[in-house]
Design a protein around this ligand. Structure first.
Ligand code: PLP
Length: 817
């Protein structure tokens, strides 16, 4: 182990202040202090990083490349300090310099290179891979602008660019020596080589230089540091700009523009396919760069490309990186001279695919015209994969043309990326048990019947290091006091807390910690929203991307209903409640943005109505991101997980709440099913249609929401308030679209396609059970402690152990310093 000496570390910080800013500590801004501390921490990390890679090389260890368009990392500094074994020395040194670590941490921009759950999953996986000692690269894109910052103005969402690199990001290292060329467009010429063999040569293309930036991923207290490699695009040959040749000049300008645009911005769509040309360029850009580099690195230490799969595996995080299948085929055939069958055998032993959704609007299908124009050589390979696969299908199911229609990779003028991913991978996994079962028996039934051995489940997880140890230090210390610190690297050990669930003193301690965290959040809300919330009220929280299937609308309609009840009957028994929302809507998702405006409008009316005696408060927290998430989970009593059953593949927010002792109010969807299985139905509030019921309705044309509207007076009341200006006197038509979506069909879209009115009364009843349960504070404390105690299964360490042993076949590596 490296001994870090305090004096040396402190000197490093002051030296960096001088070198970077020519300043003494007393004169430096907080941002400059953040930079200097980060550089000093990076110095420690770099030694471990180099030692790790030396060890990987020495052991010739198999490596997973986790390919993902998104990595929603959140802040690095605080997490890195916690994970480093030198953590005590670092903290003491910072304190001795008179600096406030919390203030310094707050200077870091939240690297938000992702939308929501999928990107955060990738980030949790990297943390677990390092902590478990598995060799891994995360491969992604260095977006100049990550997920937009959300401002709320007059109750509406505004999107502000996230210029996270403005002050320089101290943890990245540019690795120009690993730059590669990525080609787009042009055409494929077929020429004979000296041996008379056909060569496929892309000509008249445009290209960019892909340049990697490496970020360290520090394992917990084990000296292991893996790499997140994000690619930036640079122009290839700027000197051509001076050329007098008109054609060359034009091309040079185009190439510069291509390089400038590719990594400019993250698409802000969550669970939605938009079909934009630039998005396909981003996909091929980072995939081609990552695969080229991985193959080159492999060949630096091995002589036979045919054994690639023994040392390398590519995990595709959703279909976004699926061109990997064709790109690897291209490299194996065009660069390494392999025949089709040999290349295909290697490719299908190297690629593995994770499915993240069954929703049709999220399925990627690229128009052939676009795909073939942008990626002419890749297109040829995809066509050939499709031709051979169709022959295979025909041989299996002679005369059954429906099978081809349903399974072909290229069909109806489109490349179906999910089909390409399944055909080209040796493993296909869903992300929660229910989700995988729906894939096998509904959405991907034909593929499951054809390739049953490929299908498997890997229930998602989250890292307890960020979402308990870092995000909730009070609870983390309490848990460690009770049962020791094994839970930090083995979350199943947290089950030992169960014996304290009935202990009155422990219940009091637990509820007090929750109260302290609620105070912290209440102060934040006071400062940011100007709203006073009662820290003794129930903190009922729904934070996640805004999407109709997640049903924030069900939640706010229920708040409207409660408010109506309180107005009609001010004396009714009611436990004070604070409804907290946080959600970004995709910039182009009109209905989602209208729902945000509805939430903020209801908040304005309810929060300012003296007649209800502060019994209900509604808070919309602006710009929900990872660092806010950490604070919010710690302060939550109720975890709203109310998606339409069958629509949420897993969810991971649900797990973070559970780990922090919030009780789930949810449908039997995604991983909620497994959460309830672990903690017991008596410690959660389950309501609503089951996924089987939802799927049954969908296969039979839906249901008729007008029946509920006609029969149910309260429902009719709240719906009418959407269109009579009750919450929007300045514009009574503001929520007409929401109203219509609940009652009218619209083109191919069913009325109330997410079953909000159908589940309304069942949700209301579950909310009543929440209130009753909270009034019994010992009972509540017991349930909350049990939620923490039974969260062991939902560590991403467990998930990664399953991926590593069942899919990737990796060995753990120990790093000694
Ligand atoms: C965990 C997380 C998500 C995913 O939340 P779900 O409730 O599973 O949709 C999204 N955004 C952030 C910032 C998160 O930390």
């Amino acid at each position: 182990m490296i001994q870090i000496k305090k004096e040396e570390f402190k000197k490093n910080i002051t030296d960096y202040l001088k070198v970077l800013y020519r300043k003494e500590a007393e004169e430096a801004t907080q941002q400059q202090l953040f930079q200097a501390v980060s550089y000093a921490v990076k110095d420690i990390v770099v030694d471990q990083w180099m030692a790790t890679h030396k060890e990987y090389e020495k052991q010739d260890a198999k490596t997973v490349y986790y390919l993902s368009m998104e990595f929603l990392m959140g802040r690095a500094l605080g997490n890195m300090i916690i994970n480093l074994s030198a953590n005590k020395v670092i903290k003491e040194s910072i304190a001795e310099l008179g600096l406030d670590l919390n203030v310094i941490e707050d200077q870091e921009p939240d690297p938000a290179l992702g939308n929501g759950g999928l990107g955060r999953l990738a980030a949790c996986f990297l943390d677990s891979l390092s902590t478990l000692g598995y060799p891994a690269y995360g491969c992604g894109i260095r977006y100049k602008y990550g997920m937009f910052k959300q401002k709320i103005k007059n109750g509406f969402q505004l999107e502000v660019p996230d210029d996270w690199l403005r002050d320089g990001y101290p943890f990245e290292i540019k690795r120009s020596e690993y730059a590669v060329e990525v080609k787009f467009g042009g055409y494929v010429a077929i020429r004979k080589d000296e041996k008379g063999k056909d060569r496929f040569i892309q000509e008249n293309y445009q290209s960019v230089r892909a340049v990697p930036y490496d970020l360290p991923i520090v394992g917990y207290n084990n000296n292991v540091v893996n790499t997140l490699r994000i690619w930036d695009a640079e122009a290839i040959d700027t000197f051509n700009l001076d050329s007098f040749d008109k054609g060359d000049y034009q091309k040079a300008v185009e190439q510069q523009n291509l390089a400038r645009t590719i990594c400019e911005v993250l698409y802000p769509n969550d669970n939605h396919y938009a079909g934009k040309e630039l998005r396909l360029k981003q996909q091929y850009f980072f995939v081609s760069a990552s695969i080229q580099r991985a193959v080159t690195k492999y060949m630096e230490n091995h002589d036979d490309i045919r054994n690639l799969y023994e040392k390398v595996t590519f995990q595709l995080n959703d279909t976004h990186p699926t061109v990997t299948v064709a790109e690897l085929m291209r490299i194996l055939m065009d660069d390494y001279d392999l025949e089709w069958n040999e290349a295909w055998d290697i490719t299908t032993k190297t690629c593995a695919y994770t499915n993240h959704t069954i929703m049709s609007e999220a399925l990627e299908k690229w128009p052939l015209e676009l795909f073939s124009r942008l990626l002419p050589r890749i297109y040829q390979i995809v066509e050939e994969i499709n031709r051979r696969f169709i022959i295979e299908i025909q041989e299996c199911y002679p005369g059954n043309y429906k099978k081809i229609e349903k399974m072909a990779v290229v069909y109806d003028g489109q490349v179906k990326m999910a089909h390409l991913a399944i055909v080209g991978s040796y493993s296909v996994n869903g992300v929660a048990r229910l989700h995988t079962e729906i894939l096998k028996h509904q959405e991907l039934k034909d593929f499951y019947e054809h390739f049953p051995e490929k299908f498997n489940n890997k229930t998602n997880g989250i890292t307890q290091r960020r979402f308990l140890l870092h995000g909730n230090p009070l609870l983390a210390d309490w848990v460690t006091q009770k049962i020791g610190d094994e839970w930090i690297t083995n979350l199943s050990a947290i089950d030992e807390l169960s014996i304290y669930a009935d202990d009155e003193k422990c219940q009091k301690e637990f509820m007090n910690i929750k109260y302290q965290n609620k105070l912290r959040l209440a102060e934040f809300i006071k400062e940011k929203n100007g709203i006073e919330v009662n820290p003794r009220s129930i903190f009922d929280v729904q934070v996640k991307r805004l999407h109709e299937y997640k049903r924030q609308l069900l939640n706010i309609l229920h708040v409207m209903h409660l408010y109506n009840q309180l107005k009609t009957n001010p004396g009714m028994e009611f436990y004070p409640r604070t409804f907290i929302f946080g959600a970004k809507a995709s910039a182009g998702y009109r209905r989602a943005k209208a729902i945000i405006k509805l939430i903020t409008s209801v908040a304005d009316v309810v929060n300012n109505d003296k007649s209800i005696d502060d019994k209900i408060k509604v808070v919309f927290i602006e710009d929900y991101n990872v660092s806010k998430a950490e604070m919010i989970f710690a302060a939550s009593d109720v975890s709203e997980q109310i998606s339409t059953a069958s629509k949420e593949a897993s969810g991971t927010g649900n797990m973070k709440f559970m780990l922090n002792g919030a009780l789930t109010l949810g449908t039997l969807d995604g991983a909620n099913v497994e959460i309830v299985e672990e903690v017991g139905e008596e410690n959660a509030f389950i309501f609503g249609l089951t996924s089987d019921e939802v799927i049954h309705f969908e296969q039979n044309g839906g249901y008729n929401p007008k029946e509920h509207y006609n029969i149910d007076h309260d429902i009719r009341n709240i719906l009418t308030q959407l269109i009579n200006g009750y919450y929007s006197p300045e514009n009574p038509e503001l929520f007409r679209e929401i109203y219509n979506s609940l009652l009218e069909q619209n083109g191919g879209e069913r009325a109330d396609q997410y079953f909000i009115l159908k589940d309304f009364r069942s949700y209301e009843a579950a909310q009543k059970r929440v209130e009753e349960a909270y009034k019994d504070s010992t009972g509540w404390a017991k349930s909350a402690i049990l939620n923490v105690a039974k969260s062991g299964k939902f560590s991403s360490d467990r998930t990664i152990e399953e991926y590593a042993t069942e899919i990737w076949k990796l060995d753990k590596v120990k790093v000694e310093l």
